[in-house]
Ligand binder design. Structure first.
Ligand code: FAD
Ligand code: EPU
Length: 339
């Protein structure tokens, strides 16, 4: 395991920000990460665990050790007549895991097709899209304590999942290296096509009795039409979470903007699309220097080429301020901001 010095992280984050890591290494086995913790951690001021860098904003150079997770592998660990239990090592590409399961006709994660990143980062924020979240199929994960190098198992309850949330993004942030995840998938899948866009796409393609492969294909088609590909324009998907507000707050805004989209939540609150709020403030398609808000999806902040992480952060703050001023709603970043 070699430790490189002064390496540009530009190829390792989907914003394409040119931040330099003082130290950089790759881990390919759990033994690698354990020996790093036991023998080397004391020498570094700080540590950053990196998957595929699709949900981070690097605002400065990183004056510590960046650990790129390349521990890969997928294994069927248990099955019965109805289900399979699949263990994926954390550095496996998430979409490859989805396609592997779809090809075996194991259902449950097909709606999460084409989400960038690693399997190990997926529980971090309980990734979700098109009517599904990883928590729906999640059984447990193994995580290595970054102080003691001890391996612990966290079941679903212990992860305390919420909307784009888990203990690993809140109370336990930066305390663990997630080394594997285990999911329980169905051998007799029932497709989830409740999301309007999926129904529309299946209808357009003339598919009447969709399989999980059809749903996966539809999700891929929708995502490719809506979201900018980071290979073409730097971005990290939705920059902010969709805010959940009291019903009275949503009703007040709806009086002025009757066309505002909104979703009632089981706890009585209302979810308002942050992209809609940002668009109302005039940011959609707006470009300032090399940063801006995407012209098809205002919630996606983009790097047109050479924006720095700090410029992107300042842009996000300006967007956040204008939504706060116009709607009195504080948008909370979804992206992990590394200062
Ligand atoms: P990274 O960006 O490398 O890391 C994210 C955070 O997790 C960092 O804080 C990092 O330190 C930590 N971390 C990473 N790996 C580990 C580990 N093994 N152990 C402990 N901590 C770790 N997200 C959704 O939920 N739904 C979407 O629909 C969606 N669409 C997207 C579309 C685009 C175009 C892009 C660019 C992003 C999108 N995202 C979406 C966000 C992103 O894909 C997910 O958050 C993904 O899980 C990040 O994985 P990663 O490996 O790139 O994590
Ligand atoms: N909208 C606008 N203007 C915009 C963008 C959106 O008015 O510029 C409106 C749309 O018309 C629609 C609503 O907002 O009525 C929702 O838009 P969309 O379906 O594009 O979804 P989203 O709420 O913006 C969320 C997730 C995505 C996920 C999709 C599909 C969050 C923060 N984002 O986006 O996740 O892929 O739904 O389920 O919850 C991510 O987390 O990075 C991400 C991309």
């Amino acid at each position: 395991m070699s430790i490189l010095e002064y390496l540009s992280l530009k190829p390792y984050n989907t914003f394409g920000v040119n931040s330099t890591a003082h130290f950089f290494t790759r881990v390919r086995t759990t033994a690698d990460i354990i020996s790093l913790i036991e023998d080397h951690f004391q020498y570094y001021k700080k540590i950053l665990i990196l998957g595929e860098g699709s949900n981070i904003l690097l605002c400065n150079d990183f004056d510590g050790l960046v650990i790129k997770n390349e521990i890969i592998g997928i294994e069927l660990i248990k099955e019965d007549d109805e289900h399979v239990w699949i263990k994926s090592m954390s550095g496996t590409n998430w979409h490859e895991l989805v396609i592997y399961c779809v090809n075996h006709n194991w259902g449950g994660i097909e709606n999460l097709s084409l989400i960038p990143g690693t399997a190990g980062a997926a529980p971090m924020q309980n990734i979700g899209a098109y009517g599904a979240e990883i928590q729906d199929t999640f059984v447990s994960l193994e995580a290595i304590d970054l102080k003691t190098a001890e391996t612990l198992v966290f079941n679903k309850e212990a992860c305390n999942f919420g909307y784009r949330q888990s203990i690993f993004k809140s109370t336990e942030k930066n305390n663990y290296f997630i080394s594997s995840i285990t999911l329980k998938l169905s051998k007799h899948p029932v497709v989830n096509t409740a999301y309007g866009d999926i129904q529309k796409t299946l209808g357009k393609n003339g598919i009447k009795n969709p399989t999980i492969k059809n749903v996966s294909d539809a999700v891929i088609e929708i995502r490719e039409s809506k979201l900018p590909n980071p290979h073409d324009i730097g971005n990290a998907g939705s920059f902010f979470k969709n805010p959940e507000v009291e019903k009275a707050v949503a009703e007040k805004i709806k009086k002025e903007f009757p066309a505002m989209p909104s979703y009632d939540l089981p706890d009585g609150k209302v979810k308002i699309p942050a992209g809609w709020l940002i668009e109302q403030c005039g940011w959609k398609g707006k470009r300032l220097g090399d940063t801006g808000n995407h012209d098809r999806q205002a919630l996606v902040i983009v790097n047109y080429g050479n924006a720095t992480g700090e410029e992107i952060r300042q842009h996000a703050l300006a967007v956040q301020n204008s939504v706060q001023q116009q709607f009195n709603i504080l948008l909370v970043p979804e992206v992990n901001i590394i200062l």
